[in-house]
Design a protein around this ligand. Structure first.
Ligand SMILES: [Cu+2]
Length: 830
């Protein structure tokens, strides 16, 4: 096959048809990644405009530019947009676009999930922006503290917009995280051992693991607060045994790791771009990976440093203060690795390098004020003042925006296939860095002079006037810088000359393709023996185009890419990815209908889109698979491998396992909340507690265990090819799950007091709801398996669905038993 014919054949398989039909059906990672990046930049512009309105208001004392009600919406939406609609989606977009290319793969592991995440992000973000346009945007601050955000103090729809809109958007974060992990661990080019991966992939892998553990507490907190607002279940109401502190714990359990979730991908950009700019390789690859793991681990033990002034015990203050200071160690390892890399190399002061120097200046300052704030006595003074505002902008703008701008200029030729316009970018850089430092450095002083954050006005005799005016001037200089950046990018896309391949002479695989890349990335997949394959073999790009790698054939309309052993990179199997489909957008629209019904208080109506999501999810899974075994297929280079349907441990199994990790974190947070209320909240013990119900509870537990056993039996029968017994076991398992769900609800109805009376009852009901929901999901899994066996999609080789049904059966059993223990053990002890 000639390279041109191969290109045409692969494009026919992987390409996106022109026009809106192609646009809404595309699941290609380059398409979806580009959209994420563009939309995130648009949201960044909106968030930036809000920031300028804030600075316009604060430029002069006693300003009447906007009133307090509007001002509250401005700063709340500025923070929420920058965190949830800009930073996270921006890195998701970069990961979706870049990761497969750097790993020498053709797409991410779950293309339809990428597309679904994209539409959820777009629709959820639109709900938030729509609320802003209608003047009912969230106004309780981006961390939505109770009781301010409770019904009594925020009676309107504003807080609901935040709770539901952000949760809707978080679907895309969780799905991207799962996708990143499975793609990094499984879909690499053969030969790419873990220690041969580009560092960027390490950063994303660790970030993604943090996401599936950090986001569930926020999602749980949002659900609980929304349930409190909608149905008056008093989780956070101290009068009825709730605790406002519970919200803060759940929020910062998410919120602190969130800072690292934003920083690490950007640090990954630094570790990628810096060595190329310095014409050398990164110093201390292993040290950096170790530091990343330490950071990820430590960052989950720091959340309380956001709560130093809430009156927590002294022991806890000491512990969390020390842990916060400790985080400087792994961060310093990274910074020294970067400095050492610069020292070893011959740095060239190109535009990306300029932004990296800006990053060093800003981020190091932000880190130092972070160490100051980790000291409890200082924090007591600076808390809730502009000093904290200055610190967080130094950390987040320094730790995310400057590296991302470096990355933007580094990778733009990859997106556009064009070289940049000279000099405009340098001017933008100087405006941004001067404007930034002017705006935010002075805020340290404003804060030390006592100006609290989030006030909409101040009087002229406080001594803050000049500092505020200069900060406002700085912010407008910075805004001009960003406008110039946007113009620069626009010119590069539309009016610049073509870039040559690999303009930076980098060594990683994303530069092994013509620019802009084709829909399938690479005509054949390389065998990787080096951390910088292009540096090791300058001919590699040509060889791949000529088809001298893995999967050089375009066959059967399959979207094929190699899957490897996650540690050694040895060939494992071939993954056949699903093609373009409208299912993701359809599912996202129906999901959006669900969230909108809740937002408008139409709770019965919400059941309709909920049923729709279940039906679409069924269809989603149904469309995969085949009715006969294929066996091993040729993969080029004279080798063969099985396809993903016929192996254990295919991407779908990994994805399900990771979903359950996220799910288990949610359950753990719920159990934590329940225990926290018992131990800490006022007005305990509750007047009415669970009364009887042990017998029904035992039935629920027994049914859950038998359901799990039946799912295992179904899997074992599939393994030996006895499909009839397998189907009967699956159906019996489904029936057992129905009994579990019924018994759980009956336990609540007969034995628990009403959930509105006391936080105890509310939390107990929440636990029951969780277990019941999972029994229902396990029921669907079993039913699905039975239907698939009947339709001929399952065989001894094609046993994936049986394994997944078993996984859910096990999980549902553990969850049910844990929930029942939570309900009954306090009674036995008392
Ligand atoms: Cu923190």
């Amino acid at each position: 096959m000639t390279p041109l014919r191969r290109h045409r054949a692969l494009t026919a398989i992987w390409g996106t048809p022109r026009g809106w039909r192609g646009t809404i059906a595309s699941v290609n990672h380059s398409d979806i990644g580009r959209r994420f990046i563009l939309a995130a930049f648009a949201f960044f512009a909106i968030g930036g405009i809000l920031a300028m309105l804030i600075r316009a208001q604060l430029a002069t004392p006693d300003s009447a530019f906007v009133g307090p009600a509007v001002y509250n919406q401005l700063f709340t939406m500025h923070g929420s947009i920058m965190m949830f609609l800009f930073a996270i989606p921006m890195f998701e977009g970069l990961a979706l676009y870049m990761l497969p290319k750097m790993l020498g793969s053709r797409d991410m592991a779950f293309p339809r999930l990428s597309a679904y995440g994209w539409w959820c992000y777009l629709f959820g973000g639109s709900i938030l922006i729509g609320a802003l346009a209608l003047g009912v945007a969230p106004d309780g601050g981006w961390f939505m503290y109770t009781p301010l955000s409770s019904k009594a103090y925020t009676p309107g729809i504003n807080a609901d917009v935040w709770l539901l809109g952000i949760t809707f958007v978080e679907i895309s974060a969780i799905s991207a995280a799962i996708e990143i992990i499975v793609s990094v661990l499984k879909l690499r080019a053969p030969g790419m051992r873990l220690d041969r991966m580009p560092l960027f992939a390490w950063y994303l892998l660790i970030t993604a693991f943090m996401m599936i553990v950090a986001f569930p507490p926020l999602i749980l907190g949002s659900i609980l607060l929304e349930v409190e607002r909608a149905f008056d279940w008093p989780f956070f109401d101290p009068v009825r045994g709730g605790s406002a502190m519970l919200w803060q714990h759940l929020f910062w359990l998410f919120g602190h790791p969130e800072v690292y979730i934003i920083f690490l991908p950007a640090a990954g950009v630094v570790s990628t771009v810096l060595p190329v700019m310095a014409r050398t390789t990164i110093l201390g690859y292993g040290w950096i990976v170790a530091a990343l793991l330490a950071l990820a681990f430590l960052s989950f033990g720091l959340w309380v440093h956001h709560m130093f002034t809430t009156g927590i015990p002294h022991m806890a203050l000491g512990f969390f203060s020390a842990a916060s200071a400790l985080v400087a160690v792994p961060t310093a390892i990274q910074v020294f690795a970067w400095i050492g890399t610069l020292w070893n190399g011959r740095p060239e002061l190109k535009l990306p390098m300029l932004y990296l120097l800006g990053f060093f200046q800003v981020f190091v300052l932000g880190g130092l004020t972070g160490v100051m704030l980790a000291m409890v006595p200082f924090d007591g003074q600076a808390h809730d003042s502009y000093f904290v505002v200055a610190h967080l902008h130094y950390v987040l703008v320094g730790g995310f925006i400057f590296p991302m701008l470096a990355g933007a200029h580094y990778w733009l030729p990859h997106f556009t296939g064009r070289a940049r316009v000279p000099r405009l970018g340098e001017a933008a850089f100087w405006l941004i860095i001067i404007g930034f430092n002017l705006t935010f450095f002075l805020m340290h002083l404003t804060g030390l002079l006592g100006m609290p954050r989030r006030i909409y006005s101040y009087s002229g005799d406080m001594g803050w006037t000049w500092l505020n005016l200069l900060s406002s001037v700085g912010s407008f200089i910075m805004a001009f810088g960003f406008a110039l950046f946007a113009i620069d990018v626009g010119l590069q896309i539309f009016a610049s000359r073509r870039s040559r391949r690999n303009p930076w002479r980098a060594g990683t695989l994303e530069w092994a393709m013509p620019l802009p890349p084709a829909a399938y990335n690479i005509a054949s997949q390389p065998h990787v023996d080096d951390r910088e394959p292009l540096a090791a073999d300058p001919e590699l790009a040509l060889k791949l185009v000529r088809g001298e790698g893995y999967l050089p054939e375009a066959r059967y309309g399959w979207r094929e890419t190699m899957a490897v052993d996650s540690a050694t990179g040895a060939v494992d199997h071939v993954v056949i990815l699903p093609g373009n489909t409208r299912l993701p957008i359809l599912t996202a629209v129906v999901t959006g209908g669900f969230f909108l019904s809740l937002l408008l208080g139409q709770y019965w109506l919400a059941l309709l889109p909920l049923a729709g999501v279940v039906a679409l999810g069924w269809r989603w899974a149904w469309l995969l698979g085949a009715r006969e075994d294929v066996g091993a297929v040729a993969i080029g280079l004279g080798q063969t491998a099985p396809i993903h349907r016929e192996v254990a441990g295919a991407p779908s199994w990994w994805g399900t396992s990771l979903l359950l990790v996220a799910d288990a974190t949610l359950l753990a947070s719920l159990v934590f909340g329940y225990a926290f209320l018992w131990v800490v909240a006022p007005n305990w013990p509750p007047p009415e507690r669970i009364d009887g119900g042990v017998a029904i509870g035992v039935i629920a537990a027994a049914a859950a265990v038998s359901a799990a056993v039946l799912a295992r039996r179904a899997q074992a029968s599939v393994g030996t090819g006895s499909l009839g017994p397998a189907r009967r076991a699956a159906l019996a398992g489904a029936a057992a799950q129905a009994i579990v769900a019924g018994a759980l609800v009956a336990t609540g109805v007969t034995a628990l007091p009403a959930p509105t009376g006391h936080a105890y009852a509310a939390a107990s009901w929440a636990l029951i709801a969780y277990a019941t929901l999972h029994a229902a999901i396990a029921l669907l899994c079993n039913g699905f398996l039975a239907a698939r066996i009947r339709a001929g999609y399952v065989s001894a080789a094609r046993a994936q669905e049986a394994a997944i049904a078993r996984l859910f059966g096990d999980y549902a059993a553990v969850a049910t038993i844990l929930v029942l223990l939570c309900l009954f053990v306090p009674e036995l002890v008392a």
